[in-house]
Ligand binder design. Structure first.
Ligand code: F6R
Ligand code: ZN
Length: 195
């Protein structure tokens, strides 16, 4: 192969997905967040510590192809949030704003069910449902967190401007305005006392 045609130069390339299982077969990177990465995010801190002591299960994973974190490029990947609860609260991602705040993101649900919780720093908030085939549009400036409510992983394909970065801002302290619980198979969205 011509040296100029290597991936390093970011020639066009292909990512290989299994849409049936919501898997990227050839990711360049994998981020794994365990229960112990989630301290400060769930309402029931004691239940989280018990879960960590019982084996520290994976809460979510993110699979990506590497692209330059520069304006003009698009970062994309697969986010996989596992089923489970912490004191009844459904497993979820930490959630973030984008460091370049005026950048949006789209999330297409491939498998599983759940919600995207969203908020603006002025107090406005929104919740959209994830079901296979639903695409959630996260406009610029909106913080976003995925929550899995199904008995199988919630799997989404996402794309956003590659320069966006992550800003965890007030999220660890404030959370989102609502929390999602699942008790005896029933999903409930309740106001967050902290949010
Ligand atoms: C990127 C994006 C996703 C999340 C991923 C992990 O803008 O929204 O790739 O980074 O789902 O979520 P956090 O960053 O909240 O741990
Ligand atoms: Zn994002």
């Amino acid at each position: 192969m011509d040296k100029k045609s290597t991936k390093k130069d970011l020639r066009p390339f292909m990512a290989d997905f299994d849409l049936m299982y919501g898997i990227m077969r050839n990711p360049d990177s994998q981020l794994v967040r365990l229960a112990s990465s989630m301290r400060g995010h769930y309402a029931d801190e004691r239940a989280l510590e018990e879960l960590i002591a019982r084996g520290d299960p994976v809460h979510y994973e993110v699979f990506e192809k590497t692209v330059p974190q520069k304006k003009g490029h698009l970062q994309f990947g697969i986010s996989k949030t596992y089923p489970g609860t912490v004191g009844g609260e459904c497993f979820m991602t930490k959630g973030h704003y984008h460091a370049v705040a005026d950048t949006g993101e789209v999330y297409l649900c491939l498998r599983g069910e759940g919600y995207m919780l969203m908020k603006l720093s002025n107090g406005d908030s929104a919740v959209e449902r994830f079901l296979p085939g639903n695409m959630v549009y996260v406009p610029p400036f909106w913080g976003h967190r995925s929550v899995c409510t199904s008995d199988e992983p919630l799997i989404t394909f996402y794309v956003y401007p590659a320069e966006a970065g992550h800003n965890y801002g007030d999220i660890e302290k404030e959370g989102f305005p609502v929390r999602v619980f699942k008790r005896a198979g029933k999903v409930e969205i309740v106001p967050n006392k902290k949010g």
